[in-house]
Design a protein around this ligand. Structure first.
Ligand SMILES: C[S@@+](CC[C@H](N)C(=O)[O-])C[C@H]1O[C@@H](n2cnc3c(N)ncnc32)[C@H](O)[C@@H]1O
Length: 214
């Protein structure tokens, strides 16, 4: 990780820590109403693990679903630069995307990122693929619909990482539904990793005898 990227990651981590104190003072409902104000990143340990896996897997196309203010985008863009790939990142909120764009440019990673604004479901449906690596980190009710849209576009051996499988606790039921859904796919190997908010790490491994079957 070069110094320019590391400096910006540290700035974002400080911002999140400050905002965490504000969020602690809010009720659940108040926090829900104001959620777009806050930087809600997947955190350093998850980001480091995802970066390590992505660099090792050498994906040509990385898809990030949920850019937010660009914390995980920086890690994935850095991985894309390291392996000569590109990152497509999806966000519905224009102000967040604008902020993420500026952050990525400041880190010197703009050439590796294709920012797409709009509903992820519409954007994924329009993507041509193949997709080699996915980070799924938007609102949790959309994990399964997103998965179903990108699954047919995954390349053999593609990785899918989904955040917030264990924390926050209020999302556990939705996370469990996602994990059960992934396990209905016979050609997907999947494991829950107790890192950060809990990561489901899945890999699409097609049957060599029947390469067209999913
Ligand atoms: C938890 S945040 C992503 C955090 C980010 N991955 C990080 O670690 O810094 C989830 C993001 O998904 C975005 N989002 C929610 N619903 C969406 C949708 N339908 N399409 C695209 N983005 C969406 C939210 O605006 C929010 O910024």
């Amino acid at each position: 990780m070069d110094r320019a990227v590391e400096t910006i990651l540290e700035e974002l981590e400080k911002r999140e820590e400050t905002e965490r104190k504000v969020r602690r003072q809010l009720s659940f409902d108040e926090e829900q109403v104001r959620q777009d104000e806050f930087l809600l990143s997947l955190g350093r340990s998850s980001a480091q693990l995802i970066h390590t896996i992505a660099v090792g897997a050498k994906p040509k196309t990385i898809l990030e679903i949920g850019t937010s203010y660009g914390y995980s985008t920086l890690w994935l863009a850095d991985a894309a630069r390291a392996v000569g790939g590109k990152l497509i990142t999806l966000e519905i909120h224009p102000t967040k995307q604008q902020h993420a764009r500026a952050t990525v440019a400041k880190a010197g990673l703009a050439d590796y990122v294709d920012f797409r604004l709009g509903d992820a479901l519409t954007t994924i449906a329009a993507l041509s693929g193949p997709i080699d690596f996915v980070l799924l980190d938007l609102w949790k009710d959309l994990y399964i619909p997103c998965f179903d849209l990108f699954y047919p576009k995954l390349s053999p051996g593609a990785f899918v990482v989904a955040d917030n499988m264990i924390f926050p606790e209020e999302q556990r039921q939705r996370a469990a539904l996602y994990r059960a859904h992934v396990r209905t796919k016979k050609l997907v190997d999947s494991v829950l990793l107790p890192v950060g908010g809990g990561l489901e790490l899945s890999r699409f491994v097609p049957d060599v005898a029947q390469p067209g079957i999913r």
